[in-house]
Design a protein around this ligand. Structure first.
Ligand SMILES: CC(C)(COP(=O)(O)OP(=O)(O)OC[C@H]1O[C@@H](n2cnc3c(N)ncnc32)[C@H](O)[C@@H]1OP(=O)(O)O)[C@@H](O)C(=O)NCCC(=O)NCCS
Length: 117
């Protein structure tokens, strides 16, 4: 699948990274979010995710942004994502989440939850 890496860095030092997938039809997925162990809990991942959200939501009319949370979903809820309801979740170990108001349209369109990416 075609993805674009986004990296937060300071003076060429990697602080956090993620990959953004473009599924077409204004649908996107954020994955592989990681901060080097010694640099965690300083807001780097939150800052990078917020910057990517800002870019997508400025470039597109009504984008739908998904991610799969392999950690406690609260981290992503603080960034404006909501858990999709249990009946549309595909996997036990990871929770599919969607950003903001896109959840209404996603549920009313009765579209399938994306496969893990
Ligand atoms: C999750 C991760 C990207 C956060 O990076 P970070 O730069 O430390 O993130 P921030 O500083 O913006 O936010 C820190 C918050 O992350 C959250 N967090 C980190 N690990 C978590 C976990 N396993 N479960 C739940 N929340 C977690 C906490 O809410 C923490 O807040 P706190 O400082 O109040 O405890 C980082 O811990 C990491 O690389 N983990 C390993 C890879 C991974 O699990 N990625 C997520 C896949 S969905």
């Amino acid at each position: 699948m075609k993805g674009t890496w986004y990296v937060l860095e300071n003076k060429s030092k990697l602080l956090s990274s993620l990959i953004l997938y473009d599924f077409g039809s204004e649908q996107f997925g954020i994955g592989s979010i990681a901060t080097p162990q010694l640099l965690r809990k300083q807001g780097h991942a939150s800052r990078l995710i917020s910057a990517v959200i800002f870019e997508i939501e400025n470039k597109h009319q009504r984008p739908t942004l998904f991610l799969y949370s392999d950690i406690e979903p609260e981290f992503y809820e603080n960034l404006g994502f909501q858990r999709l309801p249990a009946d549309v979740q595909r996997y036990k170990a990871t929770t599919c989440m969607i950003r903001g108001s896109a959840i209404q349209k996603f549920l009313s369109d009765k579209r399938a939850t994306p496969e893990y990416f």
